[in-house]
Each structure stands twice: as structure tokens, then as C-alpha cells.
Design a protein around this ligand. Structure first.
Ligand code: AMP
Length: 286
């Protein structure tokens, strides 16, 4: 497995793999790799790609009061995880390698960022879209893999790729969860044992919502209120939001009548957790 630190050596390594007849896959990450990240790697390897995993804690997607400084970092462990998974190359650049101090260009995806995490994390999705556009330009993958865990991020990236006419296939992968339902996240490491136990309530509230919709409940305000009551029982420090939006444009709905994203963000202590589920009343139960 190659460990690439510079843009130039990454371009060269990718060109060599292409010359050898390989297609290129990319899994962008911020490191502290867990089974959620591994599932993206597996999906890319099953598709047969020469796989690049990027590890870069992107400063521009963190707000001034967010956890950039204490974001978990374990490069040695991450490289071992990638090696074991069968990754072809890890691209782990420095901040200086990725950002020219003179840089004046940012990618902003409108409308899809109007709700959910958009207003609560000003500048976040601009930071995400900009770094992902840069990674796609450097690695020029045939396919890039992202988790449904970050559903709004996935929607923003799909829109950006379509709008900028980038020639990459964006692949969304299902959320990997702990046995009690908690979505795997690098930030779960911040939780105390008691917060960790209570955090299982997030996925329970989402699963309940899916059951209510399957049972014929369609009123968004009613579903939201019932979810808030469930979440409250877990005594979170703060509920940032519970929202029902249409799964395509991510605009609020009053009624669940088609594919709908139910998403939430909840604080336990200083840790902000997000999760989501997509429901569709027209879906034939499997
Ligand atoms: P991050 O390192 O948190 O920026 O995440 C890198 C990628 O892994 C993103 O596409 C995430 O959506 C994805 N990811 C994170 N957690 C999970 C999970 N529990 N299941 C599936 N994908 C995930």
C-alpha cells in the first residue's frame, strides 16, 4: 500500500494504475477509521477499483467553536486498517498541501443546505463541497463512495457532481450501526459510558418513525412530536433538530407522501450526534 503525501505523487500513482488498466475508486475520510469507513472500502474493492482512501481532517468544514483541535486522530492505526482492508493507496496530505493561503475559491451548493445541518453549522457544507471537489480533481476517480449516515452531505455531493458536470459515479452506502442501533461515528469516542448508553435512543426514535409511517401515520408534525418525546426520555443535553424533508430536494414536508428523509442532531454533553432514516409510504414492505 502506498502512502501519498503530495498532490503530485498522488496524480502520478493514479496515472500508473490507469496505465495498468485499473479503474480508480476514492473513499474520502477524516480518519479515526471504523467499520463504517471499512464498509465504504469494501464496496469500492468489490467494484474492482484501485482504491485510494484519503485521510484529511479538513479545517474549513469546522466552525470556530467546533471540535477541530480535539477531533480524534490515529494515523498509524488508520494506515494499518487500510493495509488490512486491501486499500491500494492512502492519500494523507498536510493542511499546507491542500490549501494555498492565497486560495479564493469555494464551492457552495445552494438550497440543499437550507435545512438540517446547514443553518446549524454555517460554512460546513461549503467546506465539505470544496474539499471533496479538490479530492475529486486530484484523484480523478471513476467512482467515489460516501455514507448515507451523512445523508445531507451525500445529497450535496451528488448535486455538486451533477452541477459541475464531473465525470465520477457517486455511490451511497448504508449506515453501519452498533448492535444497539447507534450509528458508528468517530465522535462516539467522546461519549461517556452513560451518554453512550442513552445515545441508542437516536436510532430507536428513527426506527419508530419508520414503523409509524408504515402503519399509516403521515402527519410530519405528529411524527416529529412523537420522536421528540422519545428522544427526551434519553435526557439529551440538547436536541438540535428533528426534521422531515423530502429525500430529493431536502425541503421540509408537512405530510409524508413520498421518499422522505427523517434526520436528527442531538447533543450529549459536548458531543453532537447525527443520524437519519429514509422512509417511503409507497414502499412495498420487504
Ligand atoms: P468521516 O470520516 O466522518 O468524514 O466519514 C467519511 C465517510 O464515511 C463519509 O462518507 C461518511 O458518511 C462515512 N461514514 C461515517 N460513518 C459511517 C457509518 N456509520 N456507516 C457508513 N458510512 C459512514
Amino acid at each position: 500500500m502506498q502512502v501519498l503525501r503530495s498532490v503530485n505523487e498522488t496524480r502520478r500513482a493514479v496515472a500508473q494504475a490507469r496505465a495498468a488498466g485499473r479503474t480508480i475508486g476514492l473513499v474520502p475520510t477524516m480518519g479515526a477509521l471504523h467499520d463504517g469507513h471499512r464498509s465504504l472500502m469494501r464496496a469500492a474493492l468489490i467494484d474492482g477499483h484501485w482504491l485510494v482512501v484519503s485521510i484529511f481532517v479538513n479545517p474549513t468544514q469546522f466552525g470556530p467553536s467546533e471540535d477541530l483541535a480535539k477531533y480524534p486522530r490515529d494515523e498509524a492505526g488508520d494506515l494499518e486498517t487500510c493495509r488490512r482492508a486491501g486499500v491500494s493507496a492512502v492519500f494523507a496530505p498536510s493542511v499546507d498541501e491542500m490549501y494555498d493561503p492565497q486560495a479564493a475559491t469555494r464551492v457552495r451548493v445552494e438550497r440543499l443546505t437550507d435545512h438540517l445541518c446547514g443553518p446549524r453549522r454555517p460554512g460546513h457544507f461549503e467546506g465539505v463541497a470544496t474539499i471533496v471537489a479538490k479530492l475529486l480533481n486530484i484523484v480523478t476517480p471513476d467512482a467515489a463512495y460516501f455514507g448515507q449516515k451523512d445523508a445531507q452531505q451525500l445529497a450535496v455531493i451528488r448535486r455538486m457532481v451533477a452541477d459541475l458536470q464531473m465525470s465520477v459515479r457517486v455511490v451511497g452506502c448504508p449506515t453501519v450501526r452498533e448492535p444497539d442501533g447507534l450509528a458508528l461515528s468517530s465522535r462516539n469516542a467522546y461519549l461517556s459510558p452513560d451518554e453512550r448508553r442513552r445515545a441508542a435512543r437516536l436510532s430507536q426514535a428513527l426506527t419508530q418513525a419508520k414503523n409509524w409511517v408504515a402503519g399509516g401515520m403521515t402527519d410530519a408534525a405528529q411524527i416529529r412530536a412523537a420522536m421528540l418525546a422519545l428522544l427526551d426520555e434519553a435526557a439529551p443535553t440538547r436536541i438540535d433538530y428533528v426534521e422531515l424533508v423530502d429525500a430529493g430536494a431536502l425541503q421540509p414536508v408537512t405530510r409524508v407522501s413520498g421518499p422522505t428523509l427523517i434526520a436528527l442532531a442531538v447533543w450529549f454533553g459536548a458531543t453532537r450526534l447525527i443520524d437519519n432514516i429514509t422512509v417511503d409510504p409507497g414502499e412495498i414492505p420487504g
